[in-house]
Write a new protein. Structure first.
Length: 144
């Protein structure tokens, strides 16, 4: 992994990131995801990164800031993370997470949150290994 580069997300990365997302989720519609990624690339205040190996995007981490949300002064949220399955288990996700931790720490943000499905044991384990733990929030959902 000596050739691994972690860098800020660029709008042009949307296509490659969408392919990784599609490969992981097996989703049939990635147009909306591609648009979200392209928009996220333009948000300077957020930390969204890609992992590039030998010039090819092999992972991504999308996060955003929330100011004054539900009584929290400033926080960051990991919205989505993905690593090309061929490169999983090699520390790429950890390296991207370390970059967002540094980025938000430099911005004075002390709390980073994420939301994970209760039955997604691999992802839960990944975030636990990064130091995430349960928060005071409960996810709520309403079907309409």
């Amino acid at each position: 992994m000596d050739n691994l580069l972690i860098r800020k997300l660029k709008k042009k990365d949307a296509e490659e990131i969408s392919k990784i997302y599609l490969n992981i989720t097996k989703s049939t519609n990635i147009d909306d995801f591609r648009k979200i990624v392209a928009k996220q690339a333009q948000r300077e205040e957020d930390a969204s990164f890609v992992a590039e190996l030998n010039g090819k995007v092999v992972g991504y981490l999308i996060s955003y800031t929330l100011i004054g949300g539900f009584g929290i002064a400033n926080s960051a949220w990991v919205a989505n993370i993905g690593v090309n399955p061929k490169f999983m288990g090699q520390g790429i996700g950890e390296k991207m997470a370390e970059e967002i931790f540094k980025y938000y720490e430099n911005k004075g943000i002390k709390d980073i949150y994420t939301s994970v499905r209760w039955d997604s044991t691999d992802l839960l384990s990944f975030f636990k290994n990064l130091g995430f733990d349960r928060s005071n929030f409960i996810n709520l959902k309403k079907n309409i």
